[in-house]
Design a protein around this ligand. Structure first.
Ligand code: CA
Length: 338
């Protein structure tokens, strides 16, 4: 009798954990950017092969209005623009993507992120792909959608995209409507309903309102939207008791910085799980925090290792998905819990 009870208990535990783990997703942050230079088609193909559920694109516009996949509105951190186009520097010492045509952008060599120290390029994460090795380019949004949809066809997979509109106010000041350009591209490639595998994200709440109330209705489509939440004071209202209900009018999910989910002062014996996930879920919002990295110094001390960090966020804090530079590790972790 006791044995039967234990067996049925085991089965119910297994079912419970497999159901919850099955719903959780892995978002490849800038592709498999822990292994190959961020936002290159190579990093995206690797993320696809590693089994990520969604692959992220950060988007900015070129001078001739092409959407390119680039994290910054400037080209300095990840390309050799300074040596190829030295005369195109602005007064602030930066090279802006919006000052370059797509044809010019295509000439740039992309590398792992770096800083200049004593005239030398020093890569930000020293264990990652070496600067100066092999050959990489900045892709357009359209090329990247075609890559992922092409792989969905050739592998029979159904991997989603997770585009972010970068600095919409900067683009508007330059006379450009980047959000409409993104939504037109999504519509052209069949991302038109909340059932389609796309989440559209931005840090700008005012832009999110414009997208939800004007741009999507004008395009005649309705897709899932995500409000990103940083640590700055402009996001403070979102963290208050009724903040998530206000966001839920416009968004389907939130993408908070991960310290907003489990506090910085947490220890291995005392985890400070904030009310954020509970409030978001109560408002019907999914929660996809960023960014989970296993480079030296990137795993918070409250976690014993990277898997423990994932365990604490996915299953103790209860997030629905997360952005990671190491999608293979998160995919394997979730598989191990099923
Ligand atoms: Ca992003």
């Amino acid at each position: 009798m006791r044995r039967i009870f234990l067996a049925s208990l085991m089965v119910s535990i297994l079912i419970t954990s497999s159901l919850s783990a099955a719903d959780k997703i892995v978002i490849a942050h800038r592709g498999a950017s822990g292994y190959l230079p961020e936002h290159t088609l190579e990093a995206k193909a690797l993320a696809y092969g590693m089994g990520a559920d969604y692959i992220e694109q950060d988007l900015v516009l070129t001078r001739d209005d092409h959407l390119i996949v680039l994290h910054d509105i400037t080209l300095d951190r990840t390309t050799d623009v300074a040596s190829q186009f030295p005369e195109r520097i602005r007064d602030d010492g930066r090279f802006y993507a919006i000052d370059f045509s797509l044809e010019e952008i295509r000439k740039l060599n992309v590398s792992e992120s770096f800083q200049i120290r004593d005239g030398e390029k020093v890569q930000g994460y020293e264990n990652r792909f070496p600067i100066g090795s092999s050959s990489f380019r900045i892709p357009t949004f359209e090329e990247e959608i075609q890559l992922i949809q092409g792989l969905n066809k050739s592998t029979g997979g159904d991997i989603g995209i997770y585009p972010e509109i970068k600095q919409p106010e900067f683009h508007r000041e330059a006379g450009r409507d980047i959000s409409t350009a993104v939504i037109n591209m999504l519509k052209r490639y069949g991302y038109t309903t909340k059932q389609d595998k796309v989440f559209l994200q931005t840090f700008s709440f005012s832009e999110l309102e414009i997208i939800k109330q004007e741009i999507l209705p004008q395009a005649g489509i309705d897709i899932k939207l995500v409000q990103l939440i940083g640590g700055g004071s402009s996001y403070a209202w979102m963290l208050e008791a009724d903040g998530m209900n206000k966001l839920a009018i416009f968004a389907d999910g939130i993408g908070p910085e991960k310290t907003l989910v489990i506090g910085r002062s947490s220890t291995q014996s005392e985890l400070e799980i904030t009310p954020l996930v509970e409030r978001a879920h109560a408002a019907g919002l999914q929660v996809h925090p960023y960014t989970y990295r296993l480079d030296p110094g990137q795993v918070p001390s409250y976690a014993s290792d990277f898997s423990d960090l994932l365990q604490k966020h996915y299953f103790e804090a209860g997030v629905d998905g997360l952005f990671t530079d190491f999608p293979d590790r998160a995919v394997k972790f979730l598989e191990s819990t099923r």
